[in-house]
Write a protein that binds this ligand. Structure first.
Ligand code: SF4
Length: 464
């Protein structure tokens, strides 16, 4: 069979980004290669997100638009995976008869077999079965070696047992299961041998890694990753505040490769709303954890998620959220307007908040965070940070200046997860590819809303 081009549309979180990568890797041995062009594709995979109503609408509208492509190209295969596929299953296929394969969140590894089945029988196939221990498929070594990125995600667990009342994850991703430490270590080692310098350990609640299985704890897993030769940095997402242990907090001091950043979703500053959300911590407990983190790692960057307009959120509840932001002074945050999802308990809660109020509260959170971030950012000017170089900056790539200019602009990330761009003169025979994955000291000169601009401290670092 002739080689087929695969286009993947990924909607949603890092877990979906990771799964999309794995799906592509699993199709390479069956004569497929990736494409960025929808029109050129022989196989289109839509990896979906059901976390908010807007995301589901986006998925439906994208799948709907694929119908015209399918009409033009008879052999085009359309595959839907991820949370919407899991949630809607057969109904999705009934609504969009041009879909060939519906894959659940626990059946991603079956993609090549299901594709073969459609090719063979010409009939659509669906598998959204869930299992107590979902299969992870490890990519063959040779394909990973062909990639030259500096950072990669590594899934360490799937699912969630927390049942926050607004969240679909426990229903569409299943109960919490951890991957075996040996499999995780193997994947990190393969990635490191192929040139990856930074890994981000992924899970819905990494802090409870291994507890159920009685394997390593999450801090022990971090320690294991910290010993991998050639690996320079480790990050993780996401942490549930209730499971943030003292041992994990101490890891920021103990482990030299662990980045100085934690994403710790608070969701609300009101104890009444936190209880309705079933978050299992109070604002006082959350603030206490933040204080401990800052004792362990004084410069740690702390980011968070906030939901505004949860059912029954009064002005005084929202005010508590703003006061918490002032107390903690987050480095950054993501704020979302609450929206119902049919399968979550909160969709049946009374006292829904008007859209107008949700929008006003969202704007207020953004305004306050901008003010806090501006004040914090000012203090960064003149400071020096080790930056892991990721490659040419967006500006450089866009302008095409990389080829002609006497100045090259590179981009990288600080340990605190800030994007830092910096310029270099090209008279030193700069090899951009060789620079990728290097850690160099950059002094911050200017601060922008989404990035920092700096310059190398050591002018002749290239001669090292
Ligand atoms: S901890 Fe809560 S918000 Fe996070 S995935 Fe689990 S149920 Fe969803």
């Amino acid at each position: 069979m002739k080689s087929r081009k695969v286009y993947i549309q990924t909607i949603g979180c890092q877990m979906n980004v990771y799964d999309s990568g794995k799906m592509m890797e699993s199709l390479v041995p069956v004569n497929c290669s990736p494409t960025d062009s929808l029109g050129e594709a022989d196989i289109i995979i839509v990896n979906t997100c059901a976390i908010r109503e807007k995301a589901v609408q986006k998925v439906h509208s994208f799948i709907g638009r694929l119908n015209s492509l399918k009409t033009k190209k008879e052999n085009l295969r359309i595959i839907v995976a991820g949370c919407v596929a899991q949630q809607e299953g057969r109904a999705l296929m009934n609504r969009f008869p041009h879909i060939d394969v519906v894959l659940g969140t626990h059946t991603v590894h079956r993609l090549p077999d299901m594709l073969e089945e459609v090719d063979h029988n010409g009939e659509p196939v669906i598998d959204i079965g869930m299992s107590e221990s979902p299969v992870e498929f490890d990519a063959p070594k040779s394909q990973l070696q062909a990639q030259s990125d500096t950072n990669r995600f590594v899934t360490i667990m799937r699912g969630c047992d927390n049942y926050c009342t607004y969240c679909v994850v426990p229903y569409v991703r299943g109960r919490e299961t951890s991957r075996r430490p040996g499999d995780i270590l193997n994947e990190i080692q393969i990635l490191t041998q192929s040139g990856i310098k930074e890994i981000t350990l992924l899970g819905q609640n990494v802090n409870s890694y291994g507890i159920k299985e009685g394997w390593l704890t999450f801090p022990e897993l971090l320690e294991m990753a910290n010993r991998v030769v050639g690996l320079k940095r480790i990050r993780f997402v996401t942490s549930h505040p209730k499971d943030l242990s003292d041992d994990l907090i101490a890891s920021f001091q103990r482990l030299d490769k662990l980045c100085n950043h934690i994403h710790l979703p608070v969701q609300s500053g009101s104890n009444r709303i936190l209880e309705m959300m079933n978050r299992k911590y109070t604002r006082e407990r959350y603030i206490e954890k933040v204080e401990k983190l800052r004792e362990s790692a004084p410069d740690i960057s702390i980011t968070t998620d906030i939901i505004v307009g949860f059912p029954g959120e009064r002005h005084e509840d929202f005010d508590m959220t703003l006061r918490l932001m002032e107390t903690v002074r987050f480095d950054n945050l993501f704020v979302f307007e609450y929206s119902d999802s049919a399968i979550t308990p909160s969709s049946r809660f009374p006292d829904k908040i008007l859209q107008k109020s949700k929008n006003e509260r969202l704007q207020e959170v953004l305004r306050l965070q901008k003010h806090i971030s501006t004040e914090k950012d000012r203090l960064l000017v003149g400071q020096v940070f080790p930056i892991l170089v990721e490659g040419p900056s967006k500006k450089e790539l866009k302008s095409g200046a990389l080829v002609n200019s006497s100045q090259k602009e590179l981009t990288g990330r600080s340990s605190g997860n800030r994007i830092v761009n910096f310029s270099l003169k090209t008279d030193c025979m700069l090899d951009i590819d060789a620079m990728k994955g290097e850690i160099i000291d950059i002094r911050i000169d200017r601060v922008f809303s989404n990035s920092l601009q700096g310059s190398p401290v050591e002018k002749d670092f290239l001669k090292r």
